[in-house]
Design a protein. Structure first.
Length: 293
């Protein structure tokens, strides 16, 4: 893509991020490689919904400003972008935004790492949460660094989401997938249960990546335990079940165990709030009657 085409692509992606409510005010930032030692990036302090091509700034891979309109500075999150390019030579573009549903998961501390949607398993694998770091500081770049090695999408604790791609639209589409996945995960959890793809099915899906031209991903960690997660593999919750494609969610180690476990378990009795209230009222009346006798 020419310099002009890249600038226009950033403007268009910024407009889509803003139109879809993935950013508010001046949130978010977008960058792409412009050459071996050059990045093209959104400037600081502009709404991503109202950018023009000439607003973009050019920096080197150390973040030094090389070109831009007078007074324009690179995005305040440039350090996080630089880490992504440094750790991942295959990455050509980075998109950061605060989409409300995925950011909600990031605030709740719930990673999007359960194997529930075939497309997500194929394109992104798992979406972990990088620990909180103060936005725009080296601290945030440092918390992100270990995850970008094996992930194209990640949540930033109490902040937002980050997507890496081979090119600008590749990174933007991954941001869409992260938010869509968060939306579906939230609905499934509100409905009270999630069926997981089996580990065998996840491996089958990941083997299909080549056929769809998706770059070879980081492998799945053999023993998913986030406490000692290996940064070179992906933690995916997908219980092994040879011969089965879908398995009931029996994971207790996942973050969703924060949800009431009675929901969706076998043999439970489900009551509406009104039914429960009626039962309690009845019990209170019975106790009162017993006491009177
Ligand atoms: Zn941000």
């Amino acid at each position: 893509m020419s310099d002009t085409a890249l600038r226009l692509a950033i403007v268009e992606i910024g407009r889509r991020l803003w139109m879809r409510g993935f950013v508010a005010s001046n949130d978010g930032n977008i960058s792409t490689r412009l050459g071996p030692d050059r990045l093209l990036m959104t400037p600081a302090s502009v709404s991503k919904g109202f950018m023009t091509p000439e607003m973009m700034v050019v920096t080197d891979l150390d973040g030094r400003l090389v070109a831009g309109e007078p007074g324009r500075k690179p995005s305040s999150e440039i350090l996080m972008h630089l880490v992504a390019y440094r750790e991942r030579p295959d990455v050509g573009a980075v998109v950061h935004a605060h989409p409300p549903l995925s950011t909600g998961f990031a605030v709740a501390g719930i990673a999007l790492d359960r194997a529930v949607l075939a497309e997500v398993v194929t394109t992104l694998g798992s979406i972990p949460i990088a620990a909180y770091g103060t936005p725009s500081t080296r601290e945030l770049a440092d918390t992100v660094a270990p995850y970008v090695k094996a992930h194209d999408g990640l949540l930033l604790a109490n902040h937002g989401a980050l997507a890496l791609g081979k090119d600008l639209f590749g990174a933007y589409y991954k941001m869409e997938t992260i938010e869509h996945f968060a939306q579906i995960s939230l609905v499934a959890r509100q409905l009270g249960r999630e069926h997981l793809l089996s580990r065998e099915e996840v491996e089958r899906l990941q083997a299909l990546r080549g056929r769809y031209g998706i770059a070879a991903p980081a492998p799945i960690c053999p023993d998913p335990s986030p406490a000692d997660a290996d940064p070179s593999c992906q933690v995916v919750y997908a219980p092994s079940a040879p011969g089965e494609r879908l398995v009931p969610d029996t994971s207790v180690a996942s973050a969703s165990s924060d949800l009431p476990r009675s929901i969706g378990t076998e043999g439970e009795i489900r009551l509406t709030y009104a039914q429960l209230t009626a039962l309690i009222d009845e019990a209170v009346r019975e106790i009162a009657a017993t006491l009177k006798r």
